[in-house]
Design a protein. Structure first.
Lengths: 241, 82
């Protein structure tokens, strides 16, 4: 049904307002469900799974909306990479939001043996698979429309991506240093109390894993966000790559 | 702000109103890159600059123009005081 509407170009005529409302609704639903402010919506296993499903489907629809809307423009001034980067930003934002809100609630030391954590991890992976499938389909569609001598991406795309990746890797370095510093001050760490009554805080392997995942998500988010901004600004030089 | 401008739009019109799409295909880039070049928002690599010049059959300086920043004159106040 969705693809039928998409192919028919109906979504393209819906406009920016619906797209913004759709994304806003997804984020709002996610925020409300995860925040625990609604006492009748406990954040138990079922709620986690249900919320993740809503987010997953909502973001997928938002992605298709965005794509259909951009492709429907007659004077398409956005390159395929720019559009794909925009979609990636939506997906990464949703994933990052889901991850950080849920991790904050679980205290950053959730174990996979817990059913709620398992359901969340499963939905997280589903989102990644959904993104991979969607981007593969869109890339294949875009390639089929191009002339043989026309590239899907060129030096301008490479310059923008390289600049965004450089900024993101700088952030990742900073985050890794922050994690190392935190570990140093943990119980048993370089500056932490060892076998004494004064325990700063305990770090588990799950903690470290979650911090690293969070750092990677933030790096991806900054990379996609900065690339989207550079595409919009489009004030780039090939020499900056 | 870049000090290099180009005459891509004029050259396209002079060459039988060559479309952005056709020029992009000739140079092996996307149409959006040609749009960015024409609007002065993107500085191409040297290779692409040569490709563009070659596509029009002109020299590179006929496509791109470097406008050096006008050097400010020396502070006459200092020289007068000296």
């Amino acid at each position: 049904m969705l693809m039928k509407l998409y192919k028919g170009g109906v979504m393209g005529s819906i406009g920016t307002r619906v797209l913004v409302l759709d994304i806003g609704a997804v984020v709002l639903i996610c925020a409300v469900m995860y925040s625990g402010v609604l006492p009748w919506v406990p954040v138990d296993n079922f709620a986690v799974a249900a919320t993740a499903s809503v987010v997953r489907i909502g973001v997928l629809i938002a992605g298709l909306y965005a794509w259909a809307k951009l492709r429907a423009r007659e004077d398409d001034t956005r390159s395929f990479n720019e559009q794909l980067t925009g979609l990636a930003l939506i997906f990464t934002s949703a994933l990052t939001f889901m991850f950080f809100v849920r991790m904050q609630q679980m205290g950053w030391h959730a174990e996979l043996s817990d059913h709620g954590t398992y359901a969340f991890a499963r939905d997280f992976i589903h989102m990644l698979i959904a993104w991979w499938v969607l981007s593969s389909i869109l890339t294949r569609q875009a390639l089929s429309k191009l002339a043989p001598e026309q590239p899907l991406e060129d030096e301008r795309d490479h310059a923008i991506i390289a600049r965004a990746n450089r900024a993101a890797s700088e952030l990742l370095t900073f985050l890794l240093i922050a994690i190392i510093a935190r570990l140093a001050f943990a119980d048993g760490g370089l500056f932490g109390a060892r076998e004494s009554s004064i325990s700063l805080f305990v770090v588990t392997p799950a903690n470290i894993a979650h911090w690293l995942i969070g750092a990677l998500l933030l790096e991806t988010l900054v990379s996609k966000g900065y690339a989207t901004w550079l595409y919009r600004r489009s004030d780039v030089s090939a020499e900056t790559a | 702000m870049t000090t290099i401008t180009n005459h891509l739009r004029r050259l396209r019109l002079e060459h039988g109103e060559l479309t952005q799409e056709a020029l992009a295909q000739k140079c092996g880039v996307t149409r959006q890159t040609i749009i960015s070049l024409e609007s002065g928002k993107y500085m191409p690599s040297l290779e692409l600059a040569f490709k563009l010049a070659h596509a029009f059959g002109v020299k590179i300086e006929d496509v791109f123009v470097w406008q050096p920043k006008v050097a400010r004159p020396l502070d006459t106040k200092d020289t007068n005081n000296a």
